[in-house]
Design a protein around this ligand. Structure first.
Ligand code: SF4
Ligand code: SF4
Length: 395
């Protein structure tokens, strides 16, 4: 049985082995969204995070204050992947995110991390299987109210709700809209009321044991119900199921994000949009769709198939899209070093471009953009909608 010291030493070695490839060229720095909303100190952006972590580990840093400063830097990363993509195409291909995730794990093992608010999230995941402090019983009751059919042995497709689409009122609208579309297309689908969080928040905050526990519970549930196809509402669940779950256990289960499934339904003419949405729409790429999985043209194609929809684009889009700030466990943490909010920048640009609707296909981007529209007093000019909601309105 490994001791905490063994675990720490192993993590330290893995961090050094990963970050030794970083040559501090800083080509990743301008792509880092964190850097954009801080006061311009290098330590607050990608290459600075990499260097701070590397030297803290190399020098076996034990000073409490320095470790707390390191925690604030390491946990502030949104895990947007822009730095890794930049490093891969311009420099040494350093796997910065592997090191950041291991750095978070190390800081938890050293009892320095995570951020105070994130501790409650991990507790909730341990106790209730979701990050929102909702008991499993209450979650079940809330989900029943959505009016979506239960997955049975005859169901072809599992609509995996994920935690925010299950319990957060505004986000639930995407789940309900997707249900309407699937019914219209004649898809035999269902939901599992007792699904557990996919584990993304646990993994990204740095609790790998908790992630393994959550993933094991979900895989058992999928096997028990003989699930063969999953559609996720969140890009985070999609990425986690497709890439982070043990692939041997997921063999025989097809996983898609709902925008991919919608594109297929449209191509097969199982759904057509007859109602026009005569509005200027701007689509915000979620990092876990675009940068992680190259799902870029598909969602745009879905929107373009709606009569009357006029698509405008952000300056930073697709692989270069600006993160909303919600990934990597940041939905539950604030950072004093930040002087702005990424979602507000996005909302500001959407308004400037004359968009009337800001569309996203990620529940966390949606929540951040909605808050952004409120903070920026833009609610009367700009409606924030989930992509499924736009489609359901046009059925
Ligand atoms: S681009 Fe790569 S090598 Fe250069 S500083 Fe960033 S992580 Fe290091
Ligand atoms: S993943 Fe994104 S936020 Fe994190 S360091 Fe890289 S560019 Fe910055």
């Amino acid at each position: 049985m490994s001791t905490s010291a063994d675990i720490q030493n192993k993590l330290k070695q893995e961090i050094l082995d990963t970050l030794k490839y970083c040559i501090n060229c800083r080509f990743c720095l301008p792509t880092c969204p964190r850097f954009k909303i801080t006061s311009g100190e290098v330590s607050q952006g990608a290459s600075g995070i990499s260097r701070s972590l590397f030297y803290a580990v190399k020098w076996d840093e034990s000073d409490k204050q320095i470790l707390n400063e390191l925690r604030d830097i390491v946990f502030s990363c949104t895990t947007c992947k822009s730095c890794e993509n930049a490093c891969k195409s311009l420099s040494t291909g350093t796997k910065l995110l592997d090191a950041i995730e291991k750095g978070r794990e190390l800081l938890i093992e050293m009892q320095v991390g995570p951020m105070p608010e994130q501790k409650k999230v991990l507790e909730s995941l341990y106790n209730h299987g979701n990050p929102y402090m909702v008991t499993a019983r209450k979650r079940k009751a809330i989900v029943k109210e959505l009016g979506l059919p239960e997955f049975t042995q005859d169901s072809e497709v599992l609509l995996y709700l994920g935690c925010s689409s299950a319990v957060e009122e505004d986000v639930q609208k995407t789940a309900i809209a997707m249900g309407q579309i699937l019914k219209r297309a004649g898809v035999n689908f269902g939901i599992l009321e007792d699904e557990t969080c996919c584990g993304d928040p646990a993994l990204k905050i740095g609790d790998s044991a908790l992630f393994e526990d959550l993933s094991r519970k979900n895989v058992e549930l999928f096997k028990k119900h003989n699930v063969k196809q999953i559609i996720t509402l969140s890009p985070h669940c999609f990425d986690t199921f497709s890439k982070k779950y043990p692939q041997d256990l997921m063999e025989g289960i097809k996983v898609q994000h709902y925008t991919q499934y919608l594109a297929e339904l449209i191509a097969q003419k199982k759904i057509t949009f007859s109602g026009a949405v005569g509005k200027k729409i701007i689509y915000h790429d979620a990092c876990y769709l675009s940068k992680y999985n190259k799902v870029i043209d598909g969602p745009r194609g879905v929107l373009k198939s709606i009569p009357g929809a006029e698509l405008v684009e952000f300056g930073e889009k697709g692989l270069d899209s600006l993160c909303c700030g919600g990934g990597g466990g940041r939905m539950w943490a604030d950072f004093e070093s930040e002087t702005g909010r990424l979602a507000n920048i996005r909302v500001g640009e959407a308004v400037e471009k004359g968009a009337q609707v800001l569309v996203t296909a990620c529940p966390w981007c949606f929540t951040n953009m909605k808050d952004g529209a409120k903070v920026m007093n833009a609610e009367d000019k700009l409606e924030v909608l989930g992509l499924a909601e736009v489609c359901a309105r046009a059925l």
